[in-house]
Design a protein around this ligand. Structure first.
Ligand code: PA5
Length: 409
């Protein structure tokens, strides 16, 4: 078989997007990214992992990923931003997803109302298919800046294309290092023996657990920066592998140590239907120590002089021990540190693991017919031309479902 399109991304030349970012960042305070699913989660993961969650890297704009269409989000965001110093990235491979297109129209309206048509155009960038889709047509007609999502790369595999790398460059991340990490992992993922191939080992382990009845995969990083990595992984895993009624690896994004106080009870004494993937970083870029002194209280004295990173590491080990005692299997990945190279490698590790898992489960991990069906049902509901013919059948389905609820109540 041909290797999947995403495997070529680590060697793609990022010069054009780096040049674009370098030319624009000085004028920017904020970047809004409009994109959902694979078009938004990757950038969110990069931002959370490599930039302080609330802020930006010095000299670079803040990134706001707007994926959902909850009106509160855009309402409050647009009330606080300065349009002059804002750039909007409209990221949709199909060029037609409802949430993204609605967000685009709202943000464009806001920019035009504040700055006029010409200045608004300068602040809109389309990241979409090189030829197809409405967003491509709009961008071509209006002369917007554009970056192409390679057609052979699926949405949830696209973080190392302009979908993730353009926002990364605008945030001041080291794009070359991200790609280097991914390229190094790609080399490892080609090794034939599973013991020296981390992606194959991860896929085999999770597949074997699934076959043994442990369908749930809790992804539990002990690092706040990886909280959105867990969400990104959950989408990659669910949307790629949820294709057979008798096969259901079910990812759950959790955070250590926070969710020790929420989920660990279930993982240790609940049904034995789960494997826990723990992640940690060997080093923290900063450390905060508990002041060294005699507190006179048992709950504090043993902590005196200890770093919070040290405590977090002990929490992770404590969780592993609790899981072992309970008979709940776990895997552990230790990143040397959380920087671009390590994250690039982790991203490629998961993408390659999902490819291997698709093979093991004998399914195609690269399509998403269930997601597409939900999109088309929404289009039909809202009367999008070309999508209305299914409305009658959907309405009949809805009324049967409503009747059923009423009769059960
Ligand atoms: O992984 C996928 O293909 C999906 O999650 C898409 O990324 C998501 O539905 C958004 O699609 P688009 O980029 O076409 O707006």
């Amino acid at each position: 078989d041909d290797p999947p399109g995403y495997t070529r991304l680590p060697e793609a030349d990022p010069t054009a997007l780096l040049d674009f970012a370098a030319a624009r960042v000085d004028d920017l305070d904020d970047v809004i990214l409009l994109g959902i699913g694979g078009s938004g989660l990757g950038a969110r993961m990069l931002r959370y992992a490599l930039v302080d969650p609330a802020e930006s890297r010095p000299g670079y704009p803040r990134l706001h990923v707007v994926d959902n269409v909850d009106p509160r989000r855009l309402y409050y965001l647009l009330t606080t931003l300065d349009a002059v110093a804002t750039l909007a990235l409209v990221v949709t491979k199909s060029g037609s997803t409802a949430e993204t297109m609605a967000g685009y129209a709202v943000v464009r309206g806001w920019l035009e109302a504040t700055l006029g048509v010409e200045e608004a155009r300068r602040r809109l960038v389309a990241v979409t298919d090189p030829e197809k889709g409405d967003l491509r047509a709009i961008a071509d007609a209006d002369g917007l800046d554009t970056f192409a999502v390679p057609p052979e790369v699926g949405g949830r595999f696209s973080v190392l294309s302009p979908v993730g790398l353009l926002p990364a460059a605008l945030m001041g991340l080291d794009v070359t290092e991200l790609l280097t990490g991914a390229a190094l992992m790609r080399r490892a993922a080609l090794r034939p023996a599973w013991r020296s191939n981390p992606a194959l080992a991860l896929a085999l382990a999770l597949h074997q657990h699934h076959q043994d009845g442990r369908r749930n995969v809790a992804v539990m990083p002990y690092a706040d920066g990886l909280v959105d990595f867990a969400a990104w992984f959950a989408q990659l895993w669910a949307e790629s592998l949820g294709k057979r009624s008798d096969y259901g690896p079910t990812p759950q994004a959790v955070l250590g140590a926070t969710d020790q106080h929420s989920q660990l009870q279930l993982y240790t004494q609940g049904p034995r239907d789960r494997v826990v993937w723990l992640l940690e970083t060997a080093e923290h870029d900063v450390e905060v120590a508990v002041p060294e002194r005699e507190y006179g209280y048992a709950s504090l004295d043993y902590l005196a002089g200890r770093g919070l990173g040290e405590l977090l590491a002990a929490e992770r080990r404590g969780t592993t021990l609790a899981l072992i005692k309970a008979g709940t299997p776990s895997l552990l990945t230790t990143l040397p540190k959380l920087e671009e190279r390590e994250l690039g490698a982790l991203i490629f590790l998961c993408e390659a693991a999902v490819s291997f898992s698709g093979r093991l489960a004998e399914l195609n991990p690269y399509d998403q017919p269930g997601v597409e069906d939900g999109k088309r049902a929404t289009y039909a509901l809202l009367g999008r031309p070309g999508h209305t013919e299914r409305r009658e059948a959907d309405a009949a389905l809805e009324s049967r479902f409503d009747d059923d609820l009423v009769s059960r109540a």
